[in-house]
Design a protein around this ligand. Structure first.
Ligand code: BYC
Length: 314
């Protein structure tokens, strides 16, 4: 078959909402874009365990600790499904992890901010997982089959993550003056970085056009960000707190909330590795990887031993 025929079949599948599967022919750029996005997503899940992991030993009750452990474990699991999905495109896990650890690969900007108080656990669940879930519900319909299927399970778990975060903040918002202040302070610090999670403005987004055409992305960065603002601007009323944006206002004509300008210099600075915690996060990942070397070596040795035993018995 000629390359034109293969491209035609590929495009027809995309147009007819038929998923692209690992063994199907696909343009090299489609493969690369998926490897890029899925591996960045996997890295975000794994690095995303760090700001919350930091609070497991300091959770205020046994119940909160159990919930937080479950959430952080879920994130590790999400990373694993996503690395597996990226591997189906021909990239090895070792390669992807090496790129993360060397600082070459990107991961979500949000995880380069520090988690300073217990209220940050609520704010991360409500705002960060809230932003993640809007983006990820769309990805359940992404055109690459293994990625779309991984997202279905991930979304179910993210939905629990968001609710637990909101509930943790709700308790603080009804607490003492100090607890209320801690809740407001966490919202103030996490709001703008959460908006940055959706990526640059559409006019600056280098990958969006092509990814929308290939149905890898179903909504643009700005569309999802607006959807998030509209959702949170209503939910915050239940908490009786304020979003740190004087320009936030319902626009009757647009039927959306208007909001202030994001600090894009801050965003790009964090993406380029100069955020408050970039170095700390990569150091923690590298340390965990080095300290886990013996587990990987033991697993390989065990697999070899089992293989020899089977061969000897045959
Ligand atoms: N941070 O052309 P654009 C979670 C990069 S974790 C850093 O719009 P695209 C959770 C972008 O990569 C949730 N970099 O890109 C875990 C591109 O650079 P390259 C993570 C960013 O890919 C634990 C350049 O900027 N979710 O749920 O079309 C606890 C231009 O951008 C960011 C995902 O990963 C950023 N925020 O759109 C709690 C979802 N934004 O690669 C929660 C999957 C942009 O060309 N990913 N860049 O060098 C996506 O949906 C898309 O990749 C994005 C960006 C919407 C993020």
């Amino acid at each position: 078959m000629s390359i034109q025929d293969l491209e035609k079949i590929f495009q027809e599948k995309i147009d007819n909402e038929i998923k692209i599967e690992p063994k199907d022919w696909m343009p090299e750029a489609y493969r690369k874009t998926n490897i890029r996005q899925i591996s960045q997503h996997a890295h975000s899940e794994v690095v995303g365990m760090l700001p919350e992991g930091n609070w497991i030993s300091r959770a205020p009750s046994l119940k909160r600790k159990a919930i937080l452990i479950a959430k952080v474990q879920d994130e590790g699991g999400h990373g694993l499904y996503l690395y597996s999905a990226a591997e189906t495109l021909g990239s090895s896990r070792d390669e992807m992890i090496a790129d993360l650890h060397s600082g070459k690969a990107k991961y979500s900007s949000i995880f380069n901010y520090p988690s300073l108080t217990w209220a940050d656990m609520g704010a991360i669940g409500w705002l960060v997982d809230g932003a993640a879930i809007l983006n990820q519900v769309m990805l359940c319909r992404t055109s690459y089959g293994p990625y779309a299927r991984a997202m279905v399970r991930i979304c179910k778990e993210e939905s629990f993550h968001q609710r637990q975060g909101f509930e943790a903040l709700l308790v603080l918002s009804k607490g003492t003056d100090a607890q209320k202040a801690m809740c407001q302070d966490a919202i103030n610090r996490w709001w703008w970085p959460s908006l940055m999670m959706f990526g640059p403005k559409d006019s600056e987004s280098t990958n969006s056009d092509q990814s929308m055409k290939w149905k890898i992305k179903r909504k643009t960065n700005d569309e999802l960000r607006q959807q998030f603002v509209d959702m949170i601007a209503e939910q915050i009323k239940v908490l009786g707190m304020k979003l740190p944006d004087d320009k936030l206002q319902w626009n009757e004509e647009r039927k959306h909330y208007d909001f202030g300008e994001i600090n894009w210099d801050e965003f790009w600075n964090v993406v380029k590795g100069n955020g408050p915690c970039n170095k700390q996060r990569l150091a923690a990942r590298n340390k965990a990887h080095d300290e886990g070397a013996w587990v990987r070596e033991a697993a390989i040795a065990y697999a070899e031993k089992s293989k020899h035993k089977k061969q000897a018995a045959a």
